[in-house]
Structure formats: structure tokens, C-alpha cells
Design a binder for this molecule. Structure first.
Ligand code: GLY
Length: 564
């Protein structure tokens, strides 16, 4: 307990030491390394690894395993994700540890006999789970870049899982919100389900998860994909009607990929290729944006929101048609990023009139709902940078905790196009390129990103938020490069999202005045307000070489930046 309190005090002191420049809001400034994540204990362990001489890669592994314990909503080993990295000597790369469809999956598995979607089948319960990729991803990154003993990176998470940690208000609220659906989805009720509500300050322990993490500590990826953990996963599947098999687990592989790279106003932007749509859509948005003077239009004016919306509609229409797992389908990345194609797409944008999305491509969908993913950014004292986004898709994934193993499984199967034109939980529609096939990765929107200026590290970026992830990363880049914001200001700025279908602009509450609202409506846009978009965690390398860590503390969550 004393240790926990000292962590909280340390965080407070470090934040309090930040000296804002006159009239500017700055995040935490550090000379050496920086970790920014959605959870204070995860951030803390990352910094401890850096202080012990570890690299950003070592720290990222430690942060990920700590999130698996202290952020079960999203930071789970039952999911998957992506890493974009830049080494101190400028090498850039991407690791894809996205979940895959089980071997028994088939394209119509969520449809009834009439070919209609069975509501909820791809989102709740055992059948919604893809084969988890996180442990393979961490193993792969460790094998290539790890420097400290692996046991040192995972042991802090094991200790906290066994000794317990103090629940934050945010986590208590989320547990209470989902406890009954967790009970409904499980054949063996997890300990998290209890009669009295969870409260801030309650101590939470994960004894079974501690044992699973010990198996991973002792046997690496085999501690998850084989032996006892695999047995527990397969038995869970058998009890609940799921289809993940021993063979699916053993066959799972993380994949190194060529990142998507694009120049934006003299900066090199490196982001995630398929199986995420993030990098391609972000690149389309940035290339399309070069033709417009956003600095002159002003931040979040009717003019800039209109142009950004029109760019987003076109890019998300392309996403729906062309993007999928490029190990299975031909994704025309070069064509989508070809300057002539971008110019042709831009040429259909009217300065004063919204183009109805139905005229860009046909389709009818409903609405964006909740999203649960998590992002963290790490820069070390050697100059390595790692941008990591992982997910179990919804809050607590498919709500099934693997009995005896202590972690929730994802509901990532919902990110496939389960029926052409039928929207997933983010309102995203898709077609053949993202249809279900055994072993295939479902299309993601996660967009871990690194930006360089003058061939040097500049920004490490990312956020959760389902389909809003890409447009959030896009706006943060514009906020810094076009609107001259600090990293913290760019993260804090209220965000706006659009995605082809539904044909609407989604705004964080209070982001625009009634006058700007009226101007947008006059251009033909429909607007909808929501409470928040994303939970951004970013780092900027400043002109003097110091790092600015910007945790998204203004939105809900326990986001924390710590330097050393
Ligand atoms: N599950 C959200 C995403 O991968 O985009």
C-alpha cells in the first residue's frame, strides 16, 4: 500500500514540476526518456525499466504486461495490436500481432438461415473471439530488440496481479457498468463479479492471471499458446460454444511488416499498414490535406471542419471497399496513395457544399458506439521510440474471462465485414476484402504512428477509439504541424470525426460555437455530439532535445506521463 501511495505522490510531484511556457500548455518535460500510457502503474513500470538501463522496447513489453493486469478493460493479453518503432539510428518498422480468425471460422458464421445478421453474435461471448496475438507480439519484439532479461520485464506485472492494486474511480465505474453482462457471458462466473458494487480504492487481485503470466515468464510464447494456458483457453471454448482450437493457438504468428510512409509538409509520417487500415487512411488524409491551407482557415472553423470531413468521407469509402488483410487480399496501397488519385479525389470536394456520402458510395448504416483499445508511447534515453496500440475491441472484449487463466478474450471478429454493407459496432461497413476467412486478420483502425522532422524523431502518437482513431491521429498531426500547438495542446484539443457512413460529423461536446454549427448545417452537414473521442497518449521531441509527454488527462481515464 505504501508503495502505491508513493507512486501517486511521485506522479503528482512530477506533474507539478512542469514549468509551462508563457501562455502555452505543456505536458511533462523530461531530459532522457518518457512513457505515456492510460494507466499510472503501467507508466511507472515503463520508467523503472528505462531507469534500469532498458530500452524503449524493453519498457514497452513491461508496460504491456502491466496493462494486462491493471487495465483489464482494454490492456489485455486476450487481444492483439500493432507496434510502430523507430530505432535510435533511424530504422523504422512495424509489427502486426492482430488477432486471426480461428480455423473453423467461415464467412457467414454470424448470419441466420435467412442470411440475416444475428444481433450480438460477433460481439458477445465465445464465438466473438479471434485468436489472441499479444503474447506472440511481445515475444517477437523481445527476440529482436530486448536487452534486459525477459523475467525482469514481466515480473512486476506478476507481482501486482498477485498482491493487488487499488482500483481507480474510472475502473470501478467501468467494472460496475459491465459486471452483469460479464456474468451473462461466462459459464464460470469470474471473481470480478460480486454482489456489492466496485468502488474507488478497492484492492483488486488476479491470482489466475499471475499464474498465466508466470507460465509466459518461464516458457515465453509457449507459456500461452501451448500447455496449461492453451488447455484453459480450449476448455473455455468448449464450455461456451467457441471455436478456437489448440492448432489455432499453436499456429498463431506475429508478422513484421513494411510500414506505410508518407511525407506531410516536410515531415515523414510512419504508420501501420494492413491488417490495419490506419496507416493507409491516415496517409490519404494527409496527402489530401496538403492542397489546403488549414493554418489560414483556422483551427476547428466551419471551413476547416468541412474540408477535413470531405477528405475523411472519401478515405473511409476507400477503406470500406479496398482494405483488408493483405496476406489474403490484394490491397492497392500504392494506387490509393498515388498523387494523381489523391488529386482526383480532392477535385470532387466543393468548398461550400457537403457531398452526401451516398454519392461517394452507396450504403446505409446506423451509428458509432463505444470502443475500447489502449495506446502507449515510449522514448528511451538512447533515442529509440515505440508506438503501441492494442485492443480487445469492446470494453472487456467479448466479456468472457478464461476460467483458471484470469484474462478476458477479445471480440475482434466483429471487425470483419460480417455481411457486406452491415455496420460493425463502430458503424464501419466493409465488403469482400474484409470478409471472414480462417487464419485471416480482421481489418483494424489502430494507428500507432511516428513522425520525423529533418530525419530526426519528432512525435510518437496514438489513441484508442475504434474508427475515430485514424481521424484523431490526423487531427493531432495537423494541430502541431499546421496550427503550431504544443504536444499537450494538440492532445487536449477537442476532436471531430467523420467516416463516410453514417453520413454525419461526430463532435466532442462543446467543440464548436452555435455559429459554426449553423455554418456547417448550411453546407449540408448533419452533426452529432458525443462526450469524448479517444484517449491520446503522445510524446514530442522538442527543438532543444527534451521530450514533452502528453497524457490525455482531460478525458476520462487514468492517463499518465512520466519521464526520467
Ligand atoms: N477493434 C478496433 C480496431 O482494431 O480498430
Amino acid at each position: 500500500m505504501i508503495k502505491r501511495i508513493s507512486i501517486v505522490l511521485t506522479l503528482f510531484i512530477l506533474h507539478a514540476c512542469t514549468q509551462p511556457e508563457p501562455d502555452r500548455t505543456l505536458g511533462l518535460i523530461s531530459e532522457n526518456g518518457m512513457v505515456v500510457s492510460a494507466n499510472p502503474l503501467a507508466t511507472q513500470v515503463g520508467v523503472e525499466i528505462l531507469e534500469a538501463g532498458g530500452t524503449a522496447f524493453d519498457a514497452a513489453i513491461a508496460v504491456k504486461y502491466m496493462l494486462a493486469v491493471t487495465y483489464p478493460i482494454a490492456g489485455n493479453i486476450g487481444g492483439g495490436g500493432f507496434i510502430i518503432y523507430r530505432t535510435a539510428d533511424g530504422e523504422r518498422g512495424a509489427l502486426d500481432f492482430r488477432e486471426t480468425a480461428p480455423g473453423l471460422a467461415h464467412r457467414d458464421m454470424y448470419l441466420d438461415e435467412e442470411g440475416e445478421v444475428v444481433f450480438g453474435k460477433s460481439q458477445l461471448g465465445h464465438l466473438a473471439a479471434g485468436v489472441p496475438g499479444t503474447v506472440a507480439g511481445m515475444d517477437e519484439i523481445y527476440q529482436r530488440f530486448g536487452t534486459l532479461p525477459f523475467a525482469d520485464l514481466i515480473q512486476p506485472a506478476i507481482d501486482v496481479a498477485r498482491d493487488g492494486y487499488v482500483n481507480s474511480q474510472f475502473q470501478a465505474e467501468q467494472l460496475n457498468r459491465f459486471v452483469s453482462v460479464i456474468e451473462q457471458a461466462n459459464t464460470i462466473t469470474p471473481d470480478l463479479v460480486r454482489d456489492e458494487p466496485w468502488e474507488e480504492g478497492d484492492v483488486i487481485t488476479f491470482e489466475d492471471l499471475a499464474k498465466t503470466l508466470e507460465r509466459i515468464r518461464d516458457f515465453g510464447r509457449d507459456g500461452f499458446y501451448k500447455g496449461e494456458t492453451a488447455r484453459l483457453i480450449v476448455e473455455e471454448m468448449e464450455r461456451g460454444g467457441g471455436i478456437i482450437s489448440y492448432q489455432d493457438l499453436e499456429n498463431y504468428q506475429a508478422v513484421w511488416r513494411e510500414p506505410v510512409e508518407v511525407e506531410y509538409r516536410g515531415h515523414r509520417v510512419t504508420s501501420m499498414p494492413p491488417s490495419s487500415s490506419g496507416g493507409v487512411v491516415l496517409a490519404q488524409l494527409l496527402l489530401g490535406s496538403e492542397a489546403f491551407d488549414f493554418a489560414d482557415m483556422g483551427h476547428n472553423t466551419a471551413e476547416s471542419i468541412h474540408i477535413m470531413t470531405e477528405l475523411k468521407r472519401r478515405a473511409y469509402a476507400d477503406r470500406a471497399t479496398h482494405l483488408g488483410d493483405k496476406d489474403f487480399v490484394d490491397v492497392p496501397i500504392n494506387e490509393l496513395l498515388n498523387p494523381e488519385y489523391i488529386e482526383q479525389r480532392n477535385s470532387t470536394i466543393q468548398p461550400d457544399t457537403a457531398t452526401p456520402s451516398s454519392e461517394i458510395k452507396e450504403g446505409e448504416v446506423e451509428r458509432i458506439e463505444s470502443f475500447e483499445t489502449t495506446h502507449f508511447s515510449v522514448v528511451d534515453q538512447f533515442g529509440n521510440a515505440v508506438s503501441v496500440t492494442t485492443t480487445v475491441n469492446s470494453f472487456f472484449g467479448n466479456k468472457v474471462m478464461v476460467a483458471g487463466a484470469g484474462f478476458f478474450l477479445n471480440n475482434e471478429m466483429d471487425d470483419f465485414s460480417i455481411k457486406p454493407g452491415f455496420p460493425n459496432q463502430f458503424g464501419l461497413v466493409g465488403g469482400e476484402a474484409n470478409a471472414i476467412e480462417p487464419g485471416k486478420r480482421m481489418l483494424s483502425s489502430m494507428t500507432p504512428t511516428i513522425v520525423e522532422k529533418d530525419d530526426d524523431l519528432y512525435m510518437v502518437l496514438g489513441t484508442p477509439g475504434g474508427s475515430t482513431i485514424i481521424t484523431n491521429v490526423y487531427q493531432v498531426i495537423l494541430n502541431v504541424i499546421d496550427h503550431g500547438m504544443t504536444m499537450q495542446e494538440a492532445v487536449d484539443a477537442r476532436k471531430i470525426h467523420a467516416q463516410w457512413l453514417p453520413d454525419e460529423i461526430v463532435l466532442e461536446r462543446g467543440v464548436i460555437s452555435s455559429e459554426i454549427r449553423q455554418q456547417l448545417e448550411e453546407k449540408g452537414h448533419s452533426l452529432r455530439e458525443i462526450n469524448q473521442i479517444g484517449r491520446f497518449q503522445a510524446i514530442m521531441k522538442r527543438a532543444d532535445g527534451t521530450l514533452e509527454g502528453a497524457a490525455d488527462t482531460t478525458r476520462t481515464g487514468d492517463s499518465t506521463a512520466l519521464g526520467h
